[in-house]
Design a protein. Structure first.
Length: 263
């Protein structure tokens, strides 16, 4: 059966919008950003001392600020900390802003949902969008419960905190799950593991094309939904995730402490 985890202590932080910052109160301000540039590594050294493709998205912030770049998850306080359903459940998120970030294996999510439910877990989809905006493709997997929609982030944090684990892509919800202390099964071939936070439950297929996001010579077109820098419009397009099988994901899930192995 699915396992239950102990709650973690949480500390609060104060966030301000750029308009609310009073420059006279601070000796310096920093631009925390990444810059895309085709070809060689960018030359915006006045803003970014290290290429985020080489050090990772979050560690790049440490280099910008001149502090220890070692990753440390945020601590998020949740006012309403009640567990949503009583039964053990797993959160999933299947949508993304680019096709290359999707899990493009055709049998993908349906098999995983069935696998989790057979192990005694409810499966809850917490994407913002129920389907991809383009032609209504990639809907919620059959068998998953629908908790999609424009929900407050504090509600998402509550669902994630009490989940047995989260299964997602290289996306913001994976980072959010990590921040609230939930184990993250991340399915990604577009990004090299150093791009995101460390998780022992990473799923990537190194035997096919992978990690083009981290290749300074690959021209990654963020405005092209079908961008695939090395193999666009060829039979190998999106093979980085298309050739990640449901069995590979199941094998990683089985390594999560407390998860039952019966299928």
């Amino acid at each position: 059966m699915c396992h239950r985890r102990k709650a973690h202590s949480i500390a609060s932080r104060t966030f301000l919008t750029e308009d609310d910052v009073d420059p006279e109160r601070y000796y310096a301000t920093y631009t925390i950003a990444v810059f895309f540039q085709s070809g060689a590594i960018y030359d915006r050294k006045d803003f970014v001392p290290c290429d985020f493709r080489l050090v990772g998205l979050h560690r790049a912030a440490g280099y910008i600020l001149g502090v220890d770049p070692a990753e440390v998850p945020s601590r998020i306080a949740i006012a309403d900390d009640r567990k949503p359903p009583e039964q053990p459940y797993v959160c999933i998120a299947v949508q993304s802003m680019l096709q290359s970030k999707y899990w493009n294996n055709p049998t993908r999510w349906g098999e995983i949902v069935g696998f989790l439910k057979q192990a005694g877990c409810r499966v809850v989809c917490i994407d913002q969008k129920r389907t991809r905006q383009r032609a209504g493709l990639d809907p919620i997997p059959n068998g998953a419960e629908d908790e999609t929609g424009d929900r407050p982030l504090v509600e998402r944090a509550r669902w994630l905190k009490h989940a047995e684990f989260f299964i997602g892509l290289s996306s913001g919800l994976s980072w959010f799950a990590w921040a609230v202390g939930t184990p993250v099964v991340m399915i990604s071939g577009l990004t090299h593991p150093r791009t995101e936070f460390a998780t022992p439950f990473r799923v990537i297929n190194y035997h096919v094309c992978n990690s083009c996001w981290n290749d300074p010579l690959a021209r990654y077109m963020r405005d092209d939904f079908l961008t695939c820098p090395r193999h666009k419009d060829t039979p190998r397009q999106f093979e980085c995730t298309r050739l990640i099988t449901a069995e590979q994901v199941k094998a990683v899930i089985r390594t999560i402490p407390g998860f039952g192995t019966s299928t």
